[in-house]
Design a protein around this ligand. Structure first.
Ligand code: ATP
Length: 320
């Protein structure tokens, strides 16, 4: 029997615009998602029992049925009962490096890795779009996490159109360990405060197109112009998260005032904040400056960079 180790990268949002409410209760969004090289490792081992079990080294991550990696495996077992009874259960080990509840799609990328890994383990031969469709039933960010790279996502975030990949844009990423922002809270609060700005009928294509302002950042991405991209970063959720979380606002302002930082933004529903810098050496300098300004051990800092891919196979062991 084979085993797989997979790399599951985090994402940041270079752009997040809330367009309106959808009939299904979700928000209509325009987002630019970007994979980064900060990643978890997911190991999949066939188990001797019929069970799906999750192990994780991070105290904030549940290992029961609420874990998104578990839910991804359960989905595959339900969709492919013949393969499940043929191959048996799976032990899933999550080596967590991505900060949890950070707006970095940590859970979603774990689920994406499990879908990709089980497809290989059970020889299902699913296409990328079949995997994406399965992923969409687990969470809006899961389809993106499968192939990753640089993508414009619309709908509730599950309709994906690839953009040219932005390799090697250097970043510093910061997250207070003890701060968590609930994604549903961020969207609900935004709805309470800004529903008057929403496009009323999101099925009206012209009205929707008029409300989207991502044209300039998309052009900057097509030009691979990191300085322009840095100027055009945008995240509507900052309007509700920054006033409610003064430490995140302070971090955001501190990044903006650092020499060498060409752009900064909160990712997703936060509370992680990233800064774009010109080189890896510059990223190390900025990281050190932030550490000196905020010597709080609760603040995690990472030097990372954009990458052009989502889930990758790290290792395959055993017989085919
Ligand atoms: P997104 O950017 O997609 O909104 P996030 O980065 O804000 O996601 P996650 O790290 O996915 O958030 O965690 C959200 C919650 O999901 C956590 O509170 C955690 O308890 C739970 N969770 C379930 N499964 C996982 C997993 N495999 N990894 C991390 N968190 C998980």
């Amino acid at each position: 029997m084979r085993s797989y180790s997979l790399i599951a990268p985090a994402k940041i949002n270079l752009y997040l615009e809330i367009i309106g409410s959808r009939p299904d209760g979700y928000h209509e969004l325009a987002m630019i998602m970007q994979s980064i090289d900060l990643a978890d490792q997911i190991d999949l081992h066939p188990a001797s029992t019929e069970a799906i079990r999750v192990y994780c080294n991070h105290p904030q991550v549940p290992t029961d049925k609420s874990n998104l990696a578990y839910r991804a495996a359960e989905l595959m077992a339900n969709q492919f009962p013949g393969a499940f009874s043929n191959f048996g259960g799976i032990d899933i080990t999550v080596k967590k490096r991505i900060p949890v509840a950070a707006g970095l799609a940590g859970g979603s990328t774990n689920a994406a890795a499990v879908l990709v890994g089980i497809d290989l383990l059970w020889n299902l031969g699913l296409t990328k779009s079949e995997l994406e469709e399965l992923g969409a039933s687990l969470g809006s960010d899961v389809p993106f996490c499968i192939a990753g790279g640089t993508v414009i996502a619309t709908g509730r975030g599950e309709q994906l159109a690839p953009l040219p990949s932005l390799n090697h844009i250097h970043l510093v990423l910061a997250k207070y360990r003890s701060l968590e922002v609930s994604t549903p809270w961020a969207y609900q609060t935004y709805r309470q405060e800004f529903a008057n700005t929403y496009v009323k009928n999101t099925e009206d294509l012209a009205a929707r197109a008029n409300a989207v302002h991502s044209g300039e950042i998309v052009k900057a991405i097509l030009d691979k112009d990191a300085a322009k991209i840095s100027q055009k970063l945008h995240n509507d959720l900052e309007k509700v998260v920054l006033p409610a979380y003064p430490k995140v606002l302070q971090l955001r302002e501190l990044f903006a005032s650092q020499e060498g930082v060409i752009g900064t933004m909160m990712s997703g529903s936060g509370p992680s904040v990233f800064a774009i810098v010109e080189s890896k050496a510059q990223a190390e300098v900025v990281k050190q400056q932030i550490r000196t300004a905020i010597p709080d051990e609760d603040l995690e800092l990472f030097v990372t960079q954009t990458i052009a891919n989502g889930i990758q196979i790290l290792q395959e062991t055993g017989d085919r």
